[in-house]
Design a protein around this ligand. Structure first.
Ligand SMILES: Cc1cc2nc3c(=O)[nH]c(=O)nc-3n(C[C@H](O)[C@H](O)[C@H](O)COP(=O)(O)OP(=O)(O)OC[C@H]3O[C@@H](n4cnc5c(N)ncnc54)[C@H](O)[C@@H]3O)c2cc1C
Length: 433
């Protein structure tokens, strides 16, 4: 008898778990349950549309989905179509690979004014995530403030200032391309509460800004320390050194041939979003570093802006039957084991850190835990899930169906682009009908 395993969420965490189970887990059948028709999680809905090479790992994931021991259940949402208790009744092991899809809230006065977006929704909008298809942010603004000093903040800034020809080989969907091309944006301010040495940008993404066709990155020489101090030796120090060199190269200068700016503001934290009825500006408080943490000085300054995107972290969405750490926004676990029969991987386990490959360790750990806990198996798995979904009139799609949707997107690609994304679930399903 084989062990029945449900992996909920078909992002990197889910796929690395399936791969590890196939390679070294117990004799098992694996069902991947995904809320959207499209697999791949943030690789499709988060990774920037102009970073296509990063998305190449989906080819490996597609082979896993097509493996004889794996079945794909797209359009099935845990908590809506099926409960965790129902899955646990039917499967010997359930792995939560749900990611961390909620934004950490910008907790300042005015933080909920129209024109303030969390990165999850804003990035989801320009990446064609169906949940954010109707976001329609008003880009008829001169300055956008992006809060946060990680790669997500750089992605947002870059996508907003690239020229149409720079985006021609991206999979930026039509609705977002039109809005961004028609935008009045002249400056994107990238704001960090700590200094340039503490910024979490990877150096490659930072340097990329120096080569933009119509935009200059711009830093204030006064923000730049003379040397890298107060950063632990090793990798963090090497990154800080490289970034400092790059920031120095970005020292503000005039260049008439480039119309736009990405301007870095360091040692400043949001104190208030200003505006009557919608965003008109951002009040920032200057900070100073104490023991590596940003401390307010009481001194403030204002930046006028028409749009604020806060990229300050993500949390998991609470789910019935899943113990969560409310402070960190992840599922409580011990190296991926929530309890016997229930496991967690990826961002739902660790929070929003690391790169796609970081999730591989989680998959390996979960597969090892399952092998230890599983015993001979015996729960019915796939057939019982299909029966339950049918009894509820829930339509799911399998991986062949996804391949047809994928092929339709690729066939509709504008010249030079990899695909034209379908952004509504009904339009995806219509391909199959
Ligand atoms: C904006 C952004 C840009 C990034 N860019 C890069 C990059 O360039 N390079 C890089 O290496 N990493 C990048 N990352 C990080 C990388 O995307 C993550 O490490 C990785 O996606 C996390 O994998 P995951 O499986 O934990 O979560 P996710 O990728 O979020 O996958 C979770 C999956 O679970 C599904 N799901 C959620 N809830 C339910 C439910 N209730 N029922 C069923 N299914 C559900 C979701 O639809 C999703 O498909 C980026 C992240 C972000 C946010």
């Amino acid at each position: 008898m084989s062990v029945s395993i449900a992996i909920v969420g078909a992002g990197p965490g889910g796929f690395y778990t399936a791969a590890a189970l196939i390679k070294s887990g117990p004799d098992c059948r694996i069902d991947m349950i995904e809320a959207l028709p499209a697999p791949y999680g943030l690789i499709r809905g988060g990774v920037a549309p102009d970073h296509q090479r990063t998305k190449a790992v989906t080819r490996t994931f597609a082979k896993i989905a097509a493996h004889e021991r794996v079945a794909y259940f797209g359009c099935v949402r845990l908590g809506r179509d099926v409960s965790l208790a129902e899955l646990r009744d039917r499967y010997d092991a359930v792995v939560l690979a749900l990611g961390a899809p909620l934004d950490r809230k910008l907790a300042v006065s005015g933080g909920d004014l129209p024109g303030v977006y969390g990165a999850a929704s804003f990035v989801g909008w320009y990446n064609g995530h169906p949940d954010f298809a109707d976001l329609a942010p008003d880009l008829n603004v001169k300055r956008v403030c992006v809060i946060g000093n990680g790669n997500v903040a750089l992605d947002v800034a870059r996508v907003l200032v690239k020229t149409p020809s720079e985006m021609a080989s991206s999979d930026l969907p039509d609705h977002a391309a039109k809005a961004i091309q028609g935008a009045a944006i002249q400056e994107v301010a990238v704001i960090g509460r700590r200094g340039p040495l503490q910024a979490k940008f990877t150096n490659k993404e930072l340097r990329e800004l120096g080569g933009l066709a119509d935009c200059l990155p711009c830093t204030d020489a006064e923000d730049m320390p003379d040397a890298v101090t107060g950063v632990a030796a090793g990798r963090a120090k090497r990154l800080a050194e490289k970034n400092l060199e790059t920031f120095r190269d970005f020292a503000c200068r005039e260049a008439a041939e480039r119309r736009k700016r990405i301007r870095f503001f360091f040692n400043a934290r949001p104190a208030e979003v200003l505006g009557e009825g919608r965003v008109e500006g951002l009040r920032l408080e200057r900070t100073r570093l104490r023991d590596g943490r940003a401390q307010g000085t009481g001194e403030t300054f204002d930046l006028s802006c028409g749009l604020v995107v806060s990229a300050i972290g993500y949390r998991m969405a609470p789910l019935e039957g899943v113990p969560m750490d409310t402070e960190t926004g992840v599922v409580r676990n011990r190296d991926g084991r929530v309890e016997a029969g229930l496991y967690v991987v990826g961002w739902a386990k660790r929070g929003p850190t690391g790169v796609i490959g970081t999730n591989k360790h989680d998959g390996d750990a979960a597969a090892a835990q399952i092998a230890l806990d599983a015993g001979p198996g015996g729960r019915p798995g796939r057939g019982a899930l299909e029966e339950l979904l049918r009894s509820r009139g829930i339509r799911w799609i399998d991986f062949q169906d996804w391949r047809r949707i994928d092929a339709a997107e690729i066939a509709a690609a504008p010249k030079g682009a990899p695909r034209q994304k379908l952004i509504r679930i009904n339009d995806m399903l219509a391909i199959l009908d």
